[in-house]
Design a protein around this ligand. Structure first.
Ligand code: PLZ
Length: 438
């Protein structure tokens, strides 16, 4: 790897070079575009991000679950460079090219289920979610969309409506797209319902009474919620919702933007529950940082949209497709999906021990390299201040961690699958110290 895989602080965080860049940012970039850390990146590889002052930070964020195969993975760098030299763009809607088709073939193979599938490519997660809704509406002739409490689906107008949390994602940005309805999520730590079928019955009752299956085009759900708090629904919840969709000719859409592509120790998180979605949305980890997203699904549904009904100038850009093919090769050749399982074992073991010693760690959850702790106060109420303080201590000590959750009280860990055990342990040592001192 290009950088020595070690945490090293040579200045306080942020150092002078980062501070100077932050001043330029403030003068050039609007306040709305905020940053988690006040440091600017200069270089990154493996589990390390090096900043412009020469500090080396342990990366437990992967750019929000994007650089799953390791930032600037060697095969990706090589493939993108070769593609850039051949052609950067022709527009697939004008003169198509083979890498797009190869990515579609790969996603048809890698997504759950062995039915006949088609894949359409886009740029961002939100754009792909929107297209999944368009396809479901075209296929069913219905308009309503059901999403869940704590959901996050993006920042475009339709996906803002689908996202649950007002601040910061929606506040002041309405009016929002109509025909979006919200059902109760299964959130075992908060709702106490450990039987997923019971939680599903509660959601289905809301859907049937407040929307009506005959009006409903799609149910869109994150198999493990991301921004909403790494909420893993109770076992059986996803399967029961999916079965209800099948029984009522409603399109079941899995938003696997954050949970997909090897992140959770399976190619897609819904595989842990044996669920086969009608449509799967992929983004983030699919192309190691190049903007690429996809909707993959049953051929009959995908073909419901009329010719030229789907597209976009950059969708399936050749550089992003080359990156995706190299990402897939890396995941498969290097056994990284299995590595996510090892990371889960290591992290859950350490974090469960932390929780046993400290009541403020109310819940430890997640799968693979998508793991979180939910922090609570003495009465079990969400403790956002503690999450914020812990994140700040980790950042100051050179560990990149992110927060999430409806109440902002969840610390989440999304390391690249190429990170070493040593770096993971060191990062967890930093967290343990931070908790003791908080
Ligand atoms: N669906 C499940 O996690 C993106 C958003 C960060 P885009 N999550 C990170 C932020 O604050 O903007 C996400 C997701 C799920 C959809 C999206 C949207 O993906 O590529 O950010 O549009």
């Amino acid at each position: 790897m290009a950088l020595t895989q070690e945490r090293r602080l040579v200045t306080p965080i942020p150092g002078p070079a980062s501070q100077a860049l932050m001043a330029r940012k403030q003068a050039a970039v609007p306040t709305g575009v905020a940053t988690t850390l006040p440091v600017f990146a200069a270089e990154a590889s493996g589990g390390i991000v090096k900043d412009v002052d020469g500090n080396q930070l342990i990366d437990l964020g992967s750019g929000i679950a994007v650089t799953t195969v390791g930032v600037s993975a060697p095969r990706v760098v090589e493939a993108v460079a070769a593609q850039a030299a051949a052609y950067t763009h022709t527009c697939f809607m004008v003169t198509p090219y083979e890498p797009y088709v190869a990515v579609a073939e790969a996603l048809n193979r890698l997504t759950p289920g062995d039915h006949d599938k088609r894949t359409a490519l886009f740029n961002s997660g939100a754009e792909a979610v929107e297209n999944a809704v368009k396809i479901a509406r075209a296929a069913t002739g219905r308009q309503a969309v059901v999403v869940f409490d704590h959901a996050y689906h993006g920042r475009t107008n339709l996906t803002m409506a689908m996202t649950a949390k007002s601040m910061p994602y929606k506040h002041g940005f309405g009016p929002f797209s109509p025909e979006v309805y919200r059902a109760p999520m299964s959130y075992p730590f908060r709702d106490g319902v450990k039987d997923g079928r019971v939680a599903a019955a509660r959601a289905i009752d809301v859907i049937e009474k407040q929307v009506g299956a005959a009006n409903l085009a799609a149910v869109v759900i994150e198999p493990i919620q991301g921004e909403g708090g790494f909420v893993v629904p109770a076992e059986g919840f996803l399967a029961a919702i999916a079965q209800w969709c099948t029984d009522n000719d409603v399109v079941f859409v899995a938003d696997e933007v954050q949970s997909g592509f090897g992140r959770t120790g399976a190619m897609y998180a819904c595989e842990h529950e044996g669920v086969v979605p009608d449509l799967v949305v992929t983004a983030k980890g699919v192309a190691d940082g190049l903007p690429l997203s996809a909707v993959t699904g049953r051929a009959a549904l995908m073909d419901a949209a009329h010719a030229s009904g789907l597209g976009g100038t950059y969708g399936g850009n050749p550089l992003a497709c080359a990156a995706a093919l190299a990402t897939i090769e890396t995941l498969e050749a290097d056994g990284l999906v299995a590595r996510a399982g090892e990371i889960e074992t290591l992290m859950l073991d350490r974090l469960h021990r932390l929780a046993a010693d400290d009541r403020r760690v109310g819940d430890v959850r997640g799968r693979g390299a998508m793991i979180a702790v939910e922090l609570v106060d003495d009465s079990g109420e969400p403790d956002a201040a503690l999450a914020k303080a812990l994140a700040a201590s980790c950042h100051a000590a050179g560990v990149i961690v992110l927060t999430c959750g409806t109440w902002g009280n969840v610390l989440r860990f999304l390391p690249p699958l190429t990170i070493s055990d040593d770096l993971l342990h060191e990062a967890l040592d930093v967290l343990t110290t931070a908790l003791k001192e908080a």
